[in-house]
Design a protein around this ligand. Structure first.
Ligand code: F6R
Length: 241
């Protein structure tokens, strides 16, 4: 596991964008695994800037997002479908048909989970997976537990995650209690993984990710078993290392 410590959020975001850009320049039809939340916003802004300067071409890029809330329609401004359009896809030349998120509205969720997993497989798997991390160590919405789901599945969010994500909603009561998330093996099958973390509230999770035991109660610690993981974190998130 490689750990890159940057001065602040801006520097972290620029570094991450450079790594994504080099992946795309190396393989124009790269398959990217993408995350939502607050952490990757700066990286998306940098990638949009680089696209506008003609430094990246997304026309062949394929993306698969990690997760989506259960039963939140894609046109709801809190959905991850909406987030991706607003913060990234609407501003670059990616083909809409090449962008994928789990469908939390699907009538048969089990079937949707299998379909999503199969689609990733048919596209040759993820070349570069971008991750954020919850303060409880979740990656995607793989929450701390005795046992972790291997593939894409419906998950009940923990109280800690509901509280953390309520900042994007009017109140904690409005946060969906469930989400569809790729599984831990879906993540670990990616050829390369970049995990981003910023701020003091991520410091404990980062410490356990890097130095702790591999423990399903800290899902991010499983990244220690992957040969190509780079953590790009700011000084605050690195403060307990
Ligand atoms: C989002 C996701 C989550 C977030 C995590 C951190 O697609 O999969 O694991 O990366 O909850 O969220 P932020 O960046 O908002 O602190």
């Amino acid at each position: 596991m490689r750990v890159i410590i940057e001065e602040d959020y801006e520097a972290m975001s620029k570094k991450a964008a450079l790594l994504v850009a080099s992946q795309i320049n190396l393989k124009p039809n790269a398959v990217l695994g993408l995350a939502t939340g607050e952490t990757p916003l700066g990286m998306y802004r940098q990638l949009i800037k680089m696209y506008r300067k003609g430094e990246i071409d997304f026309s062949e890029v394929i993306t698969f997002n990690l997760d989506e809330y259960y039963r939140l329609p894609p046109d709801n401004s809190r959905s991850y479908h909406y987030y991706m359009q607003e913060n990234f896809f609407n501003h670059i030349n990616i083909h809409p048909g090449n962008t994928h998120l789990p469908d939390g509205m699907a009538a048969d969720i089990d079937e949707e989970c299998s379909r999503y997993e199969e689609m990733i497989r048919q596209n040759g798997g993820i070349d570069l997976q971008i991750l954020g991390v919850g303060s409880n160590g979740h990656i995607g919405f793989n929450e701390p537990a005795e046992r972790l789901n291997v593939t894409t599945h419906l998950v009940s969010l923990t109280e800690e995650t509901i509280r953390a994500n309520s900042r994007f909603f009017n109140s904690p009561d409005d946060v969906p209690r469930k989400a569809v998330s790729v599984g831990i093996a879906t993540i670990l099958k990616a050829r390369r993984i970049i995990l981003l973390a910023s701020g003091r509230n991520k410091a404990r999770a980062i410490k356990k990710t890097v130095n702790g035991y591999v423990d399903t109660k800290v899902p991010s610690s499983l990244l220690q078993t992957h040969p190509e993981v780079t953590l790009i974190i700011d000084q605050e998130a690195a403060s307990l290392l």
